[in-house]
Each structure stands twice: as structure tokens, then as C-alpha cells.
Design a binder for this molecule. Structure first.
Ligand code: AMP
Ligand code: ZN
Length: 114
């Protein structure tokens, strides 16, 4: 999508530190990290919010999670733990309207989040 920030990152119009990329899913470092490890796992296809996940793209949705888990393992987070979250819509804290999971680790987290 033309003006979407994350689509622009995927087109390399805006720099980012890529951690993973294949033909369906990409991951890059969050520019404002909230934990020692904080990366964003996104579909290469533009989907605005989680509300666009349905039976037609369930394989892609599953792949986002499996890629995130693999990155967590690669970064040595699996044993101690990590947080994988997605904010859906502004009231939940979504500020970039291209689906993304935050993968955060390397510190302890409170629950419930604010
Ligand atoms: P959310 O508020 O859940 O939509 O998360 C959006 C995330 O994108 C925030 O954690 C931002 O720090 C991050 N972000 C915004 N712009 C960029 C960028 N240019 N490169 C990397 N991360 C970004
Ligand atoms: Zn997009």
C-alpha cells in the first residue's frame, strides 16, 4: 500500500534493520525498543488490522507466529520467556495500520499491560 509505513519499509524506501524475510513474512527491529530484544513480525501482504485475518489467510497468520517463535529461539529467548503481542485498533495501542506482532524479550514483563 502506497503510504503505509511498513509497506515502505518492505520496499526499502525507509531503512530498517531486517532480522528475517521470506516471500510471505518479514521481521525487523523496532525503532523504539521497549525491551532488549524488540522486533516486529509482519506479513509482506498489506493487512491493516488483525480484523482482516480470517479463514482465507489463516496459513499466513500461523506463519507470522511460527516465524516469531523461531526468532525467539534463535535469540535465546525461548527458555526464559518472551512476549508476543499484537495491538488491534487505536484503543488497543495500534499506531501503524499494517498487521504486526511485537516480539519482546530479555527482561521481565508485568501483566496485565497498561
Ligand atoms: P503499534 O503501536 O502496536 O502499532 O506498534 C508500532 C510500532 O512500530 C512501535 O513499537 C514503533 O516503535 C514501531 N515503529 C514505528 N516506525 C518505525 C520504523 N520506521 N522502523 C521501525 N519501527 C517503527
Ligand atoms: Zn502496509
Amino acid at each position: 500500500m502506497k503510504d503505509c509505513l511498513f509497506c515502505r519499509i518492505l520496499r526499502r524506501e525507509i531503512p530498517a534493520k531486517f532480522i528475517y524475510q521470506d516471500d510471505e513474512v518479514s521481521a525487523f527491529a523496532d525503532m523504539n525498543p521497549q525491551a532488549p530484544t524488540h522486533c516486529l513480525v509482519i506479513p509482506n501482504l498489506h493487512l491493516s488490522t488483525l480484523n482482516e485475518i480470517d479463514d482465507g489467510n489463516r496459513a499466513l497468520a500461523g506463519k507470522l507466529i511460527s516465524v516469531a517463535v523461531q526468532i525467539a529461539k534463535d535469540k535465546g529467548l525461548a527458555e526464559k520467556g518472551y512476549r508476543l503481542v499484537a495491538n488491534c485498533q487505536a484503543a488497543a495501542g495500534q499506531s501503524v495500520f499494517h498487521v504486526h506482532f511485537h516480539l519482546m524479550g530479555g527482561r521481565s514483563f508485568d501483566w496485565p499491560p497498561g
